[in-house]
Design a protein around this ligand. Structure first.
Ligand code: SF4
Length: 445
């Protein structure tokens, strides 16, 4: 009898491309399926349904999407395949023509897919359910629960900025947010599951607080409210635009109980000429000022930087301006993106295109700089004592974790330490780039 029931349960598998926001949304959609009685399985477990959550920022999004669909059909030829996510919103028609796709859902529809696709019966023709992006006005809650240690909690979606290179406003719509009240409720229930760290995610998180087109709350108030949530040990802010990272936020994080000293701040270019061409809302001087204030208030704070190389008009001289600027700045690591043209963006129409080979060379140079920065930052932290949150992953008898200021630590595996916070002193940098730890010499209780 049990077997009979089991065989009637439809199996669903998920595949996610792109950012933390996509991961948190896939995670929430997968829980919706489970609540409706579907069974979540791995990609290779011959599912009845595949949900592929795409990204428009990923390079070769179209090729990747095709490849995943092809793999899915190889594993489970009769499966139902639905495509959601940013790329689905931008190119619904194109995606529906990929062999094997049964449905494409846009930004306004993806959270209603169980109801809209009604039983997942394969249609004669692929269904395209993607309204114009202006229709994506609702804020849908989402958080990831992939391991017990860390959760990505979505607090904001969409963006009202119009950076010349970016397709996100076209794929995700206008800026909108959850309410502080709802987020507090969400954080409390996440805390009850035993998760220790919550990473606040959004598209433009500093712009938090817009509901139904009107600003009703502020990110600084969200930070202050979350800092009081007893069940969560740590909050991390995923990424925040420099012009929205106010003194108030920096100063609050510096004295907060639960917000960790770690910021990730997109710079994109260290040349004011390029920043203006990109349509960014600040100049390099403001960026340097933010970094200086953070370091004054929190000398051990980790600062990560996003940077794009090879934007149209980036001459050798302007690239060197970026390199020099970053070299002198007290930051801890870089995320380097090689510029690539995206349809329907202003940048795609710009002249003075940088040859691909040059873009790759510049990317390599900045990745080298990032390594140097990270090492220097880690060296500065040695012999200091921090709290490490250990994760579940084990590799060759070693376990890993992060300090509050985002130093990646490794230690001999001890099952008792999984998902635990432990006060430890950073010892030395290992060959794999992680930092080994030792018991602190003096703990004042
Ligand atoms: S701030 Fe700029 S880069 Fe970031 S999502 Fe908005 S438009 Fe895109």
């Amino acid at each position: 009898m049990a077997e009979y029931k089991e065989s009637n349960v439809k199996k669903v598998a998920f595949y996610t491309l792109g950012c933390k926001l996509n991961y948190s949304e896939t995670s929430t959609i997968s829980r919706m399926f489970e609540e409706k009685g579907y069974r979540k399985v791995d990609f290779i477990d011959t599912p009845d349904i595949y949900i592929i959550n795409t990204c428009s920022v990923t390079e070769n999004a179209d090729k990747k999407c095709k490849k995943i669909v092809k793999e899915a059909k190889k594993i489970s030829p009769d499966s139902y395949v639905a495509i959601i996510g940013c790329y689905a919103q931008l190119k619904p028609q194109e995606i529906s023509e990929i062999a094997g796709v049964d449905a494409v859902l846009g930004a306004a529809e993806k959270f209603r897919l169980i109801e809209l696709l009604d039983g997942f019966v394969k249609p004669a023709q692929p269904q395209v359910l993607a309204s114009e992006i202006q229709e994506a006005k609702r804020f849908n809650h989402a958080y990831s629960l992939h391991d017990r240690t860390r959760t990505f909690l979505k607090v904001q979606d969409g963006c009202n900025y119009g950076c010349a290179f970016c397709t996100i406003p076209l794929a995700r719509g206008k800026s909108r947010s959850d309410s502080i009240e709802e987020i507090l409720r969400g954080a409390q229930s996440i805390g009850e599951t035993g998760v220790k760290e919550v990473v606040l995610t959004g598209v433009n998180i500093g712009d938090f607080g817009i509901q139904d087109g009107k600003r009703v709350e502020r990110f600084a108030d969200l930070v202050e409210a979350l800092d009081q949530v007893e069940g969560i040990e740590r909050f991390r802010i995923s990424s925040i635009e420099p012009n929205l990272l106010t003194n108030e936020i920096i100063d609050y994080v510096a004295r907060s109980k639960r917000f960790v000293p770690h910021f990730h701040i997109p710079l994109q270019s260290g040349s004011n000429t390029i920043l203006r061409r990109m349509g960014r809302r600040y100049l390099r001087e403001l960026y340097a000022d933010r970094v200086a204030r953070i370091k004054r208030q929190m000398p051990d704070c980790c600062i990560g930087v996003d940077v794009i190389v090879g934007f149209p008009g980036e001459t050798e001289e302007l690239f060197l301006e970026t390199y020099q600027f970053l070299n002198e700045l007290d930051i801890s690591y870089l995320h380097v993106f090689t510029y690539s043209e995206r349809a329907n963006t202003r940048a795609a129409e710009m002249e003075e295109v940088v040859p691909l080979a040059v873009r790759h060379e510049r990317s390599k140079a900045l990745r080298g700089l990032s390594e140097k920065k990270r090492r220097y930052f880690y060296e500065q932290q040695l012999n200091k004592t921090f709290t490490v949150l250990f994760e579940e992953e084990v590799q060759e008898g070693r376990m890993f974790g992060f300090t509050e200021n985002y130093v990646r630590v490794s230690a001999k595996y001890d099952p008792v330490l999984v998902n635990e916070l432990k006060v430890l002193t950073l010892d030395s940098i290992e060959a794999d780039g992680t930092v080994s730890v030792r018991e602190p010499e003096h703990i004042i209780l």
